[in-house]
Design a protein around this ligand. Structure first.
Ligand code: 5GP
Ligand code: MN
Length: 336
């Protein structure tokens, strides 16, 4: 690990910087990446945001979105940028498996690697770490890093504020999760003062659904929702055919799982989707129930206690059966 002073020295001169974030980036991943990007370019650095995969259209309005490079579409260029970087910022993930094939490129790069993240159990691949699992969003940690560590609050302009606001809004469920504190509200108030248009950002993300997404949601709730009252668990399983029927795009399944969790008394909710070459699980839980433990132990994944994910190469039916078979092990916790 290097000291903050050493990192500050590196940042004192313009250099090549890559910012990357996890597979299928969400609002926090893109908000924190483009917020940090917009801060760093003001310091004269040559910065590129490289995402391992594509990301939802409802995030494409973000400032500087057009400068983002998607690794799978520009592999050679991405490899060169990673190789030439003096610094690589790894945002909103802490395990190289979360950036797919890019993981090996980042690992082998000579650049100093800086992790800014709020997930549990970080892997040891970084040279500097700004990590706090109590933070509600990585965007909150980017704000903290710029303001309290680099003492550069003057460079949080309207664009930076907009990106960081978006990251905090999406990872906090619009400021309602238990991770939301009065300190976080003070940060959010500051971001609004600095130019983040809260109503507009909310509208761009949440009032911007395609007709297909809404009809798909209705279909999931009326036809696909299964409630296992004996385990206080609800699940929704959808096949590739369902996804195709409603023309569902990257990111458009986000949030469906929360409807299952919103049922009175439900402690654990699962959204299980068949993708092109794997089955993806999204778990959400209430209170102390450790959704991340199930994902880590049984589905090659992880995440936070109340929001976690995983995947499997088994069939949709097999994954669903496996998920149900796990529930008796957690019966006491689920019925508490
Ligand atoms: P989502 O259900 O929205 O895909 O993910 C919920 C949370 O779980 C996110 O914080 C995400 O970072 C984490 N997560 C999702 N999939 C994985 C995975 O495959 N591995 C790990 N370690 N975390 C995941
Ligand atoms: Mn996050």
């Amino acid at each position: 690990m290097i000291s903050l002073d050493k990192l500050k020295q590196k940042l004192a001169q313009p250099c090549n910087i890559v910012i990357t974030t996890h597979h299928k980036p969400d609002g926090d991943a893109m908000g924190s990446s483009l917020g940090l990007y917009t801060y760093l370019i003001q310091k004269g650095h040559h910065v590129t945001v490289i995402t391992p995969t594509d990301y939802p259209v409802f995030l494409h309005w973000l400032p500087h979105n057009s400068e983002v490079i998607i690794y799978t579409n520009h592999e050679a260029q991405s490899k060169q940028l990673i190789k030439n970087a003096a610094l690589i910022f790894c945002l909103d993930f802490n395990s190289l498996s979360r950036i797919n094939e890019m993981g090996a490129e980042v690992q082998n790069a000579t650049a100093l690697k800086i992790m800014i993240d709020h997930h549990l159990e970080p892997e040891d691949f970084d040279d500097y770490r700004h990590w706090n699992t109590k933070a509600c969003a990585t965007a909150q940690l980017v704000y903290d890093f710029i303001v309290n560590y680099l003492h550069d609050s003057a460079l949080i302009n309207k664009e930076v504020a907009t990106c960081l606001y978006l990251g905090i809004m999406t990872d906090s469920g619009s400021f309602r999760f238990p991770t939301v504190t009065s300190d976080l509200h003070r940060i959010v108030a500051d971001l609004i003062d600095l130019g983040a248009n809260n109503a507009q950002i909310h509208q761009l993300v949440y009032d911007n659904a395609s007709e297909g997404r809404l009809r798909f949601l209705g279909y999931c709730l009326s036809h696909k929702l299964e409630v296992l009252h004996e385990f206080n668990t609800a699940l929704i399983t959808v096949s590739k055919a369902d996804i195709n029927k409603f023309d569902i795009q990257t990111g458009e399944t986000e949030g469906v799982v929360n409807y299952a969790l919103s049922i009175n008394g439900i402690k654990l909710a699962a959204f299980i989707t068949e993708r092109s070459n794997e089955v993806k699980l999204s778990l959400r839980s209430a209170g102390d129930f450790p959704a991340n433990e199930i994902c880590k132990k049984y589905f090659n994944g992880g995440g936070h206690r109340n929001a976690a994910g995983g995947q499997s190469t088994d069939t949709l039916a097999a994954v669903t059966a496996k998920f149900k078979a796990i529930l008796p092990e957690y019966k006491n916790l689920l019925l508490q």
